[in-house]
Design a protein around this ligand. Structure first.
Ligand code: E4P
Length: 217
């Protein structure tokens, strides 16, 4: 099970990389917009900081511009992964770059049919958005289960599910139970992974007992 960090904030990325649990990074145009600055410079810094794959999203919506932008994004570093939207121009560009041996992450996936098309077009990753489906009153985790079952039925499809739009620990827990290869997690949720009141109480008690005892290391 791989954990990717969903962030374009280099400080946040470096802070969490230090714990040894981050296997890659995903970004999107909204995350970059929140940071501001020079996209290519920040993207290069992120790629240098991380050993694993870094998904960088094309902002174009038409095929020709996606190809131009895709070449630039993939030229940033060897670990750059091109993120493309789940549209017909996106699928066509996915086929183009996948055939050339590049890794493509098809994003904004909201149906099993979309995940199937992305896999047939050679995507390395497909990113179903759990939280955004939940926001519409449906269960985003059902989509992960459906895509997982479909991909398992056809082992010739090599696309990995990259569970995205994870909003809480329960989402992460459930995608791990389903057996998803990768989850991309925002920093806020990643930092909650160790939260447990009994751990806090235990640490406090051990520390107090040690101080009271007068023992020394
Ligand atoms: C993943 O690739 C996306 O950037 C991200 O998970 C979207 O999450 P959100 O729906 O919380 O914005």
């Amino acid at each position: 099970m791989l954990f990717f960090l969903d962030s374009a904030d280099i400080k946040e990325i470096e802070e969490l990389l230090a714990f040894g649990i981050v296997d890659g990074i995903t970004t999107n145009p909204s995350l970059f917009a929140a940071i501001g600055g020079d996209f290519y410079k920040i993207a290069k810094d992120i790629c240098s900081a991380v050993d694993g794959p870094v998904s960088l999203e094309a902002s174009s919506t038409d095929y020709n511009n996606m190809l131009q932008e895709g070449e630039k994004i993939l030229g940033i570093a060897d670990n750059a992964v091109l993120k493309l939207p789940m549209t017909w121009p996106g699928i066509k560009a996915c086929k183009y770059f996948s055939d050339k041996g590049h890794r493509v992450n098809m994003t904004l996936c909201f149906s099993a049919a979309q995940a199937l098309v992305a896999a047939k077009a050679g995507a390395t990753y497909v990113s179903p958005f759990i939280g955004r489906i939940d926001d519409t009153g449906h269960d985003g985790l059902n989509l992960i289960e459906d895509i997982n079952e479909i991909y398992m039925n056809y082992p010739e499809l090599n696309t990995k599910i990259l569970a995205a739009s994870i909003r809480n620990i329960y989402h992460l827990h459930q995608v791990c139970k389903i057996g998803t290869s990768i989850a991309t997690i925002p920093a806020k949720i990643m930092k909650q992974l160790l939260d447990h009141p009994l751990t806090d109480i235990g640490v406090k008690k051990f520390s107090e007992d040690w101080k009271k005892s007068g023992l020394k290391i």
